[in-house]
Write a protein of this length. Structure first.
Length: 202
């Protein structure tokens, strides 16, 4: 693709690195920003710089947060006896949008994927086990809300095996979620029903 400017080409190359954005979409976005009022472009770059400089991960559940501990972990209204294990922060947002779950979360930061060089030690699994051990009298149920993919199932089986010695009920979301799909893209009604109709993990 020929570009009228080296600056445009560099911007397109960077924007196209974002997930789901190809070169054509990146070019369209870059040209839109060029035409926009300069203040809007500066506001975008400033917000992205602020995001990178100030974003934190909750010290308890590892969800994205503005503070050391996220609002969900700090809330006195959440049911601290139910812990939902998810892959990423966008899964927390997806489940929260269903308004069907009032417990707390633990974000693993991915799933076990040997083909991509991701083993249990690269995830927040040890922190999960430690958290449950320390709160054994408080946490009664662990929901494994991982995407129904090969990697998600492998991770769920691994965690379930590790939880065998702890006095905690292990459930998984009902399989209203399609096999091979991602929670992030599941509609809110299906995901909400999967949470409320969760089953014992086997």
């Amino acid at each position: 693709m020929e570009y009228p400017s080296k600056l445009i080409e560099e911007a397109v190359n960077e924007v196209s690195k974002l997930p789901g954005i190809g070169k054509k979409t990146a070019l369209r976005l870059v040209l839109h920003l060029v035409k926009e009022n300069e203040n809007r472009t500066l506001a975008l770059t400033e917000s992205l710089n602020k995001l990178r400089a100030n974003i934190k991960f909750c010290k308890t559940c590892f969800n994205i947060s503005d503070e050391e501990e996220c609002a969900i972990c700090r809330s006195h209204r959440r049911d601290k006896s139910i812990l939902c294990v998810v892959e990423e922060s966008n899964d927390v947002m997806a489940i929260e949008n269903t308004s069907q779950y009032t417990g707390i979360y633990h974000v693993l930061g991915g799933v076990i994927s040997p083909i991509n060089g991701i083993g249990p030690s690269e995830l927040k699994i040890e922190q999960l086990l430690s958290r449950i051990s320390q709160k054994q009298n408080e946490i009664k149920e662990v929901i494994l809300a991982l995407s129904p993919t090969m990697e998600g199932d492998t991770t769920a089986f691994y965690i379930n095996r590790k939880l065998k010695d702890l006095n905690v009920k292990v459930t998984s979301i009902a399989r209203g979620v399609s096999i091979g799909g991602n929670l992030e893209y599941t509609d809110e009604i299906t995901l909400g029903r999967s949470i409320t109709a969760r089953v014992l993990f086997d």
